[in-house]
Structure formats: C-alpha cells, structure tokens
Design a binder for this molecule. Structure first.
Ligand SMILES: [Zn+2]
Length: 344
C-alpha cells in the first residue's frame, strides 16, 4: 500500500525527531534519519520530477496553445484591420474622385425635331380669317387648278409640273381613295391642297346645307390625314354659279357662299377653263386653255382618272403661258380670288 506524503512526514518525524529523542541515540538517529530522508526524498523527488515534467509539458502545451490563439487572433485582427483600411481608402478615393459631369439631358436635342411647316399655320382654315384678294394687279400669273383628283393621272401631272418647275393647286376629292397618298406627295412637292368634295355626288352634297358641310369636312379630314391640317381653300363642285344644285335644294348656293366664308374658308371659282378632258381632244384642251389673256388666269383643269387628255395637253399649255411671261403659282392666302355669280 502506497504511503501518503503525510505519512512520510510522520514517519520522518517519528524517525528523525521522536525516536532519537526517545532513544537519545542522536548519532545513530542522525545516520538512520539521513538514510531515511535520502530514501524518502529520492522517492518523492522522482514522483515530483515526473509531476513537474508532466506539469511543464501541460504548461508548455497550454502556452503554445495560447500563443497559437493569440497569433490566430492577431491574424484575424490584422485581416479585419486591412479590410477596414481598404474600405477607408476606397471611400477616400471615392470622395476625392472628381465628380463626373452628369450627361446633360437635352430633351430638345433628343426629341425628333418637328418639321416646321409654315404652310400649316398659313393655310389652315381659321374662322374670321378669310383669305384672298379680288385685286387682279399687274403681275401675269396663271393658277393651274386641278379638280377631282387624286387619281391614276396625278403622278404624271406632278412629273410634268416638276419638269417645268411649275406650282399648282389640287382641289381634292375622295373618288379614288387608293391614290390618297398623292395628296401628300403633291403637297410635299410644293403644290397647294384645297378641298373640292368627298363624294362628288351633287344629289347628296347639295341636298342641304348640313349635307354640304358634312361632305366638306369629310374631305377636309381626308386631307388632314395627309398634310396635317384642314386647308382653307375650297372649290364648289360645279362652281358657285352651278344651277344643278337647284335640283336638290333651292337657294343653297346663296347660303353656302356666305356660310363657308363665315367658317374661314375661301372658295375659288375660275376665269379660264381647259374644257372637259373627257369630251375634248388634247388639241381642243390646249386651244381652250391658251385663249385667255388676262393678267390673272385661274385655269380649271381636271385630274380625274378618266381624263388623260389633260395630262397630254399640259406641257403645251405651260409652255404657251411661260412664253408670254406668265408665272405659275399655287394658291396661297394672298392669291387673287375669282368668284362666279351665284345662280341658285
Ligand atoms: Zn369636280
């Protein structure tokens, strides 16, 4: 059985102190005690040494573990610090970076520029602003006016007008809607667009004042689709002097000539006629058209699909008047106005 240290101490005391004291053999006791002590001490020392070594090992391990932890912690802290420094550096750089000038949002530049069309303002129908003058003046002008189109002939008419650098006026109908794009084509080439009639059916449009305006605004809308506005220039089917309208409504022309002007329209009759292209030969058309000599010639021509002769006669008619010093003009707000006498 193993002795405890306390028993060692008691043994030591008994051997070293008590027994010698009792036996009074001090030398003997001294020798024995030295041996005992040596023995005890060496045994204790061995155990203590082992414990010391173990303890030291544990301590070293603990210290190493602590050191590792500290180092690890240091690394972590360093990493955190580095990250923080990097973040600060970036934010400083951000702050120091010169502010990039914001792209100016130029809405005007981005917007598709609307084509300025001075004619839209000038030629649109405006109540209280009836265009035209009745003063013929000295200037020799031919106003070529084409009724009843657009039609299959319009393209050829436009080509001839371009060839002679001549501007004209087209009084529009909706008789051949498949050619309605020619309205814009003529307008874009610098010709004036006026309103004639949507249906060209006298029995309908002259049946009443309301029926007339319904028809007029219908063709007005057709034209607006093409050129962007309802023009103020109109031509009555058959002219203001027609008597056919009396078959459908007595006195209607008398009412209409003033009512259209109240709404801001101006009606243009003619003081020269090429003749009926469906009846006359090309030669007759040329002869009729070139018989006029007044300074302001408002020449009635037709741009209907049935009247090819007008197209064929056109070059000769233009050449005739150009040779006499006339200029050809499209109708505008200042143009000479021809009014027929009203017969119904
Ligand atoms: Zn007509």
């Amino acid at each position: 059985m193993k002795k405890s240290r306390w028993e060692d101490v008691r043994e030591w005391f008994r051997v070293v102190v008590w027994k010698p004291l009792r036996e009074k053999d001090w030398r003997q006791a001294g020798r024995q005690s030295r041996k005992k002590v040596e023995k005890l001490t060496s045994r204790g020392w061995r155990r203590d040494k082992w414990m010391l070594v173990m303890g030291s090992v544990i301590c070293v391990v603990l210290v190493l573990f602590g050191v590792v932890l500290l180092l690890q912690d240091g690394e972590d802290k360093k990493a955190v610090k580095a990250a923080e420094e990097e973040r600060q550096r970036q934010s400083q750089e951000e702050a120091l970076k010169p502010e990039e000038p914001e792209e100016p949002v130029d809405e005007e530049a981005n917007a598709v520029p609307e084509a300025v069309d001075p004619r839209a303002e000038a030629f649109s129908v405006q109540p209280g602003n009836v265009p035209g003058t009745f003063e013929a003046g000295e200037e020799k002008v031919v106003y070529l006016t084409f009724d009843d189109g657009p039609s299959r002939n319009t393209e050829r008419v436009l080509e001839i007008l371009d060839r002679y650098q001549v501007k004209a006026t087209f009084f529009i109908t909706a008789q051949w809607p498949e050619y309605k794009s020619m309205i814009k084509e003529a307008y874009d080439r610098g010709h004036t667009i006026g309103l004639h009639t949507y249906s060209h059916d006298y029995s309908v449009l002259y049946s009443s004042v309301d029926a007339y305006f319904q028809d007029l605004w219908a063709v007005g809308e057709l034209v607006k689709e093409q050129i962007g506005y309802v023009p103020c220039f109109i031509r009555f089917p058959g002219g203001a002097s027609n008597t056919i309208s009396a078959n459908y409504s007595q006195g209607i022309m008398t009412q209409l000539v003033s009512l259209v002007q109240e709404q801001g329209f101006q009606y243009y009759d003619w003081n020269a006629s090429s003749g009926d292209g469906g009846v006359c030969t090309t030669e007759e058309l040329i002869q009729n058209s070139t018989s006029y000599t007044q300074n302001k010639i408002m020449l009635l021509c037709h741009d209907s699909g049935a009247k090819d002769n007008t197209v064929e006669a056109l070059p000769a008619i233009i050449e005739h008047f150009q040779s006499l010093g006339y200029t050809f003009k499209a109708i505008d707000r200042e143009s000479y106005v021809v009014h027929h006498g009203v017969n119904n």
